[in-house]
Design a protein around this ligand. Structure first.
Ligand SMILES: [Zn+2]
Ligand SMILES: [Zn+2]
Length: 170
């Protein structure tokens, strides 16, 4: 999976969002908070993660590119709220009442636990294969090995060789 090159304007918009919500928290809680580090290294299907001790927010660059507005309005405050809750309350359940309060009352954002993004582009690609009894999904790596004639794969159930294509029961 390739990491997209993020446009500078988008990175700036994310940074503005972070600073906006950070300022809101400082004003409303009447205490300063250090600016968390923002890195674009989140992989897999998660939109982002908050690293408490490191005071760091990791964002998924693939999902950010595809869901820019949602990241700026929701994902950034969501992850920031995790950091702020840790700083203010210590270790508490990640999406518990303290986090909901931080989101809704302090940051003024609806407290949704997860983000509904189309994750097709970050899910590992697989290729359909069939045997005598069921559908199989080979990884890109295995699929390429089959194409190059380096490997064959057999179904552990029916012992037949896997062939490219969709399985259709006879
Ligand atoms: Zn969360
Ligand atoms: Zn089989």
């Amino acid at each position: 999976m390739k990491t997209p090159r993020l446009p500078i304007a988008l990175q700036q918009a994310v940074m503005r969002s972070l600073r906006h919500f950070l300022q809101l928290a400082s004003d409303r809680l009447e205490r300063p908070f250090a600016e968390p580090a923002l890195v674009y290294q989140q992989r897999g299907t998660a939109a982002g993660t908050a690293w408490l001790e490191k005071w760091e927010i990791r964002l998924n660059p693939v999902l950010l590119m595809e869901n820019q507005q949602a990241f700026i309005e929701e994902v950034v405050p969501h992850e920031l709220a995790h950091l702020l809750v840790w700083k203010v309350f210590g270790r508490v359940p990640p999406h518990g009442k303290e986090w909901k309060w931080m989101m809704q009352e302090v940051l003024g954002v609806p407290a949704r636990r997860t983000h509904q993004f189309e994750i097709a582009s970050v899910r590992a690609a697989t290729f359909p294969y069939r045997c005598g009894c069921q559908q199989h999904h080979l990884t890109v790596r295995r699929h390429n090995r089959v194409l190059r004639g380096e490997s064959e794969y057999r179904c552990v159930r029916c012992k037949n060789l896997l062939k490219p294509g969709d399985y259709s029961p006879a």
